[in-house]
Design a protein around this ligand. Structure first.
Ligand SMILES: NC(=O)c1ccc[n+]([C@@H]2O[C@H](COP(=O)([O-])OP(=O)(O)OC[C@H]3O[C@@H](n4cnc5c(N)ncnc54)[C@H](OP(=O)(O)O)[C@@H]3O)[C@@H](O)[C@H]2O)c1
Length: 363
C-alpha cells in the first residue's frame, strides 16, 4: 500500500498519476490518496489511469495517526511545511514502513536526516529532497566526485524552468518562500555552515543549449546535500529562484529582519498564498542543474544535468523513489535521494548528464 499525502496538490496529483499507471507487480500498487477534502480527492482519483482509494485526514497529525493504523509500505509526503511536520510523519512509518518527501531547505533536511539511526534500527528507508531541488545538483556532484578525493570547494546551481498553473500561489510555496527569507543566507566555509547575506553570490551562466540564466545564493537543501556527498569544506549553492537584480538584493536584509517577526511571517504567508497566478508556459525549454568541483591541486570538474519542466522532473523523481521503496530496494536509514539510490535515479527520472561521459550508461 502507498499513501500519497497532499494528493490534491500539484505534485501530489502528478505523483499519484505516475504511481497509478499499471504496475507489473502482482496485485498492483494499492494506492491511497490522502487529503483534506473528500470531493476534490474523488475528482483526482477519477482522473487517474488506474484505481486508487481516498482517505480524508484534516492535517499532518491526522495523517500520522492514519499511517500508524494502516501501516502502508510507503508514504509520499507532498504536504510542504517540512521543517515542522516531516519528522512526525516519517516516525509514523517506523518500523518497517518507508517514507519520501520533497523538502528543499536547510532546516527541514537536517531534521529528517537526524532520524538516520532510528530508521536503521527500524529497518525503514526515509528519503528527503526527492525533487528537482536536491537531486538535480546532488546527482551531478556524486558523478563528478566519483573515484576522486575530497574536493576543496563545490559550487552548485539549480536553474529550474516551470510552467505555471492558473490559481492561487498556494500555502506550501508561500511558506517555503517566507522560510527562505526568514533564514537569510548560508554557505559552508572551512567545513562550517555559516551565515551570510541572502543572494550574496550571483552567477550569470551560459547554458549548454545556448540560452543564459542568472542565479543567486540561497539557503537551499542542495547546500546540505552537496556537502554530505563530497565533504568539501567550501560549498556555495545558488538558485534561479533567488533575486539577482541589485535593487531586489539590496532589499533582502530588511525582508530577512521583518520575517524574523512571527506575526509578520504568518501575515505574509496568508497574503502570498492568495496571490492569483496566470497559467504560463515554462520560460525556458530546459531546467538545469550545474556543479563545479575544485581540488587543492588546481584541477576542476564541471557538469550539467538537463531536464524539461522542473515540476515534471520532481514528480518523476518522487514516483521513482516511491516505486523503489515499495519494491524494498532502499537502504535502511535517512538519506538524500542520490546517496540512497545513486546518480542514475536522475536519468531514470528523465534527466540527461552533460557531458554525456558523466552519464551512468556510458561509464
Ligand atoms: N524539491 C523540489 O524540487 C520541489 C519541487 C516542487 C515542490 N516542492 C515542494 O513540495 C511541496 C508540495 O508542492 P505543490 O506544488 O504540490 O504544493 P500545493 O499544490 O500547494 O499542494 C500541497 C498539498 O498539501 C496539502 N496541504 C498543505 N498544507 C496542509 C496541511 N497543513 N494539512 C493537510 N494538507 C495540507 C494541500 O491540500 P489542499 O489541496 O487541501 O490545499 C495540497 O494537497 C511544497 O512544499 C513545495 O515547496 C519541492
Amino acid at each position: 500500500m502507498i499513501f500519497v499525502l497532499g494528493a490534491t496538490g500539484r505534485i501530489g496529483r502528478a505523483v499519484a498519476a505516475l504511481l497509478a499507471a499499471p504496475d507489473p507487480a502482482p496485485g498492483g500498487r494499492d494506492l491511497v490518496l490522502v487529503g483534506r477534502d473528500s470531493e476534490r480527492l474523488g475528482e483526482v482519483a477519477a482522473g487517474l489511469p488506474g484505481p486508487a482509494r481516498t482517505l480524508v485526514a484534516a492535517d499532518h497529525a491526522a495523517a500520522a495517526r492514519e499511517i500508524r493504523q494502516a501501516r502502508p509500505a510507503v508514504v509520499v509526503n507532498t504536504l510542504g511545511g517540512y521543517a515542522e511536520t516531516a519528522a512526525t510523519i516519517a516516525r509514523a512509518c517506523l518500523p518497517g514502513g518507508h517514507y519520501v518527501d520533497l523538502a528543499n531547505d536547510i532546516v527541514a533536511l537536517p531534521r529528517l536526516l537526524a532520524l538516520h539511526d532510528e530508521a536503521v534500527a527500524a529497518g525503514s528507508t526515509l528519503v528527503t529532497g526527492a525533487g528537482f531541488g536536491v537531486l538535480a545538483t546532488e546527482a551531478l556532484v556524486v558523478r563528478l566526485g566519483q573515484g576522486r578525493d575530497t574536493p576543496a570547494a563545490v559550487e552548485v546551481d539549480a536553474l529550474g524552468s516551470v510552467a505555471l498553473e492558473a490559481g492561487a500561489l498556494g500555502s506550501a510555496y508561500a511558506r517555503t518562500t517566507v522560510d527562505v527569507l526568514a533564514t537569510g543566507g548560508r554557505r559552508y566555509r572551512d567545513g562550517e555552515l555559516g551565515r551570510e547575506r541572502l543572494a550574496r553570490t550571483v552567477r550569470h551562466l551560459s547554458l549548454p543549449d545556448g540560452t543564459s540564466a542568472s542565479s543567486a545564493s540561497m539557503p537551499v537543501g542542495e547546500l546540505i546535500a552537496a556537502r554530505l556527498a563530497t565533504q568539501a569544506p567550501s560549498v556555495v549553492a545558488t538558485s534561479g529562484l533567488a533575486p539577482t537584480t541589485p535593487v531586489a538584493r539590496a532589499l533582502l536584509p530588511a525582508a530577512t529582519a521583518l520575517m524574523g517577526i512571527a506575526a509578520v511571517r504568518r501575515f505574509t504567508v496568508r497574503r502570498l498564498a492568495g496571490i492569483p497566478i496566470k497559467a504560463a508556459p515554462r520560460p525556458r525549454p530546459h531546467s538545469w542543474g550545474h556543479a563545479v568541483l575544485r581540488w587543492a591541486d588546481g584541477s576542476r570538474a564541471e557538469g550539467w544535468l538537463r531536464t524539461g519542466d522542473a515540476m515534471d522532473f520532481t514528480a518523476a523523481v518522487t514516483a521513482a523513489v516511491a516505486a523503489r521503496l515499495a519494491a524494498g530496494d532502499g537502504p535502511a536509514g535517512a538519506w538524500t535521494p542520490a546517496r540512497a539510490f545513486g546518480a542514475e535515479l536522475a536519468t531514470d527520472a528523465g534527466a540527461a548528464f552533460l557531458p554525456a561521459a558523466l552519464s551512468p550508461a556510458s561509464r
